[in-house]
Design a protein around this ligand. Structure first.
Ligand code: 13P
Ligand code: 13P
Ligand code: MG
Ligand code: MG
Length: 366
């Protein structure tokens, strides 16, 4: 049976600053989908990560379905009405266009989708991150799909012997989707050369070279390319199929123990370590740290199982402590050097005005 998994996420307002959505807003989004999605979708699951609400749909409408996208958009509009009524901060933050026009791509919400031929058992993991951008998944995906130091299956399993194909997007190009396909292991150094630049080159999808099937997909939106100014970070979502011709669940999760430094901490302008958190976690310290949740499911005949909260385990408490220490270390140097993002990443913010004001005050000394 063909099933499409779609994740559509948006920040439509939050409590106490950019912390978390209210229960009423979440309930409104859920109710809207229950009431209006009956004949369209097989199943859905709503969760939040920091101030972002993600809707996971299972349906038979294929990737980029106008009907499914409209359902998500309308649910976010309905949630925004509540957010406005409650006076939540940044109500409707990610709904950048006034009216829905065919597809939520380019309208503010982040989207990742895959159409799959459902296996007899179809385990997958849904990821959602807050206070960061899509490049945050570059390193974990590289390690999970191309490095036998993390993915033991590359050595042990005959199902992954041919490796994986990486589709990587240059997200700075705005005229269309500029993508390149590279194969691991042959093109490993080229893949690494691109993926080191998390702000420009982003993994869009990964395919098995054994079976040709899609293994992973990531939302690649850059909000400032849509809005032309800073409106919030791009807080990416991702779907990863696991087991069989794909990495084991634990191999996909393992790289998140690094807590690697990513962009998007405080005002989307700082560098911070990516903390693996439990489902439905708020953010806190310095509007962060950047965080990611991972929720495991099986989908069967389009029906989703109950969620398995992958980072809700004592092991990850130890990781969270380490990541908190990494966050504090970086924060000790405030605005200096590596702690704040380079000017190219801040150019949509207020610092541009400051630089313009300072420019005429410079003197050239010969
Ligand atoms: P089980 O024997 O528990 O199914 O685990 C198999 C496996 O390879 C997990 O990584
Ligand atoms: P969000 O992108 O999650 O809304 O956060 C914006 C911000 O600037 C937090 O400091
Ligand atoms: Mg926000
Ligand atoms: Mg957010």
């Amino acid at each position: 049976m063909k099933v499409t998994l779609s994740v559509i996420k948006a920040d439509i307002g939050s409590i106490g600053g950019h912390l978390k959505p209210s229960s009423e807003v979440l309930q409104r989004v859920k109710d809207y989908i229950s009431q209006n999605g009956k004949d369209l979708i097989f199943d859905f699951f709503v969760s939040f990560t920091g101030d972002d609400i993600a809707i996971l749909f299972s349906h038979g409408q294929g990737v980029g379905s106008e009907k499914v996208h409209k359902l998500a958009w309308d649910a976010f509009v309905a949630g925004t009405e509540i957010a406005k009524k409650q006076g939540l901060y940044g109500a409707g933050q990610d709904l950048l266009k006034d009216a829905f026009s065919g597809n939520v791509r380019g309208m503010g919400p982040a989207v990742c989708e895959m159409e799959i031929e459902e296996r007899p058992n179809e385990p997958f993991v849904f990821f959602a991150a807050d206070k960061t951008d899509p490049g945050a998944y570059n390193l974990p995906l590289y390690l999970a799909f191309a490095d036998p130091m993390y993915n033991s299956g590359l050595i042990l399993s005959p199902n992954m012997a041919k490796g994986f194909k990486f589709t990587i997007m240059d997200v700075n190009y705005t005229e269309g989707d500029k993508v390149i396909e590279l194969n691991a292991p042959e093109d490993l150094y080229d893949i690494a050369a691109l993926l080191r630049d998390n702000e420009r080159f982003v993994i869009e999808s990964i395919h098995s070279r054994e079976t040709g099937e899609v293994a992973a997909c990531v939302s690649t939106t850059r909000l400032h390319n849509i809005a032309g100014k800073y409106t919030g970070k791009d807080d990416p979502v991702m779907l990863v199929r696991v087991q069989g011709p794909f990495p084991a669940t634990g191999e996909v999760l393992a790289p998140f123990s690094i807590g690697h430094y990513v962009a998007g901490f405080m005002r989307g302008s700082h560098t911070g370590p990516l903390m693996p958190v439990k489902m439905n976690s708020s953010v806190s310290y310095f509007d962060g740290p950047p965080c990611v949740c991972a929720i495991g499911f099986c989908v069967h005949n389009g029906k989703l199982t109950e969620p398995a909260d992958c980072f809700d385990h004592p092991y990850w408490d130890w990781v969270r402590n380490n990541v908190a220490r990494k966050a504090t270390e970086m924060r000790m140097q405030g605005f200096s050097g590596a702690a704040m993002l380079p000017y190219s990443e801040l150019e949509y913010g207020g610092i541009v005005k400051k630089m313009e004001k300072l420019e005429p005050k410079f003197r050239i000394r010969r």
